[in-house]
Design a protein. Structure first.
Length: 392
């Protein structure tokens, strides 16, 4: 199966970044605007953080019910306490602040955007940071995605800090933090990079939906707003590949590779594109470098396990899925397939365990519904002990 990779960051901005640098001539040469119809309803950077009237009313409610609490602590409680906003995690779409508030749901980036919008309305100081440890991988069909993780630190405004003796001048808000997140290295994310990340997410999401015109303009906007965000070029190249323009895909990847020669995602796509264009020697060179950097790429053991399942070698399949779970213990699909292998092998307790973990770690409502149904079927089999293998 041909592997097309897009790097998607779920990320957010830092408060005092400068405006985006100007796009240079080499970057403009990577755009083919006439080949893609521009949609009329794309969000501007300003709209991403705009508060709806309902959000302003909610912010005012936080102000008027402060009591002795600092504003940053009050906002934290308003978002986290179950009897208040009741946010849900949903990775189906990267939403603006207003969209996330209306839906009471969003992915990591959406919820951070919404929190930042509220914090600014309350006059709080905001710092956004990305956890720089290894990113996590997921997939949709033949598209593979790498996602980073961000959180944000809310601090008292300078005025409030001078009027309070609170010993906790800041609070970290983190939606679905990875284990030991507080011990992981972080980096501050600039505002221009965060806006580019939002646009890149939208590009990838519309690409998955087959909306190439929208995807192109989102990716183009990400690059135009922040030319130094190299993953925007990788996304743009993937769009060109899907559009059938392999020469532009290659040119775009070469630009990104020149600026980040050790990026495995860019390197892999460049090896695939050059091979498609018949440049086999050059492709082999990229693949050799990639093998040196990443001997076992994401989903390597998973694909071996799937083939073993198809071949009826369920013990081997289980062993491969276990290896992927060890590398990515919170990715739902790996647990799902491990549950399938355990079920066929008669390991019903383990199958139940991993199907439960698949449900717990699902990131969309659609996936959650599928896994809930599978888990119900599995438990019905366990109780009746007569459901045939293969019906799970």
């Amino acid at each position: 199966m041909k592997l097309l990779s897009i790097l998607i960051f779920a990320a957010m901005l830092a408060g005092c970044a400068s405006g985006p640098p100007a796009v240079t001539t080499p970057q403009r040469e990577l755009f083919t605007d006439t080949a893609f119809r521009k949609p009329a309803d794309m969000f501007t950077p300003e709209q991403v953080f705009a508060l709806s009237p309902e959000m302003k009313a909610y912010a005012n409610k936080i102000r008027t019910t402060l009591g002795s609490k600092a504003q940053h602590q009050a906002l934290y409680e308003a978002l986290y306490q179950r009897d208040q906003l009741r946010l849900e995690y949903d990775s189906e779409m990267t939403r603006t602040a207003a969209q996330a508030f209306q839906a009471r749901a969003g992915n990591c980036m959406s919820l951070v955007i919404m929190t930042a919008a509220f914090a600014r309305e309350l006059g709080l100081d905001v710092q956004f940071q990305r956890i720089t440890s290894e990113d996590t991988w997921s997939r949709s069909g033949s598209l593979y995605f790498s996602s980073g993780h961000v959180n944000l630190i809310l601090s008292k405004s300078k005025f409030e800090a001078t009027r309070s003796y609170d010993t906790a001048p800041s609070v970290t808000i983190d939606f679905l933090p990875p284990p030991d997140a507080e011990l992981m290295p972080t980096e501050v994310i600039s505002e221009s990079t965060v806006v580019a990340m939002y646009m890149n997410n939208r590009a990838a999401e519309t690409l998955v939906q087959g909306k190439l015109d929208e995807a192109y303009w989102w990716a183009r906007s990400a690059i135009e707003y922040e030319p130094n965000f190299l993953m925007g070029y990788n996304t743009l190249s993937t769009i060109y590949q899907r559009h059938g323009d392999m020469n532009m895909a290659e040119r775009t990847l070469r630009f990104a590779h020149e600026h980040d020669p050790l990026n495995a995602v860019i390197l892999f796509n460049l090896s695939e594109v050059t091979n498609t264009l018949g440049k086999t020697e050059e492709s082999a060179k990229y693949k050799a470098e990639l093998a040196r950097l990443e001997p076992y790429p994401p989903f390597h053991f998973f694909h071996i396990g799937q083939k073993a399942m198809a071949d009826g070698d369920y013990q081997k399949a289980r062993a491969m899925f276990v290896r992927e779970v060890q590398r990515a213990p919170y990715y739902h699909e790996f647990h799902f397939w491990l549950a399938k292998a355990d079920f066929v092998l008669g390991n019903l307790q383990e199958a139940d365990k991993h199907m439960t973990l698949a449900l717990m770690n699902s990131t969309t409502r659609g996936d959650s519904a599928i896994y809930a149904g599978k888990l119900a079927a599995l438990r019905l089999y366990e109780s009746r002990a007569r459901l045939r293998p293969g019906e799970i």
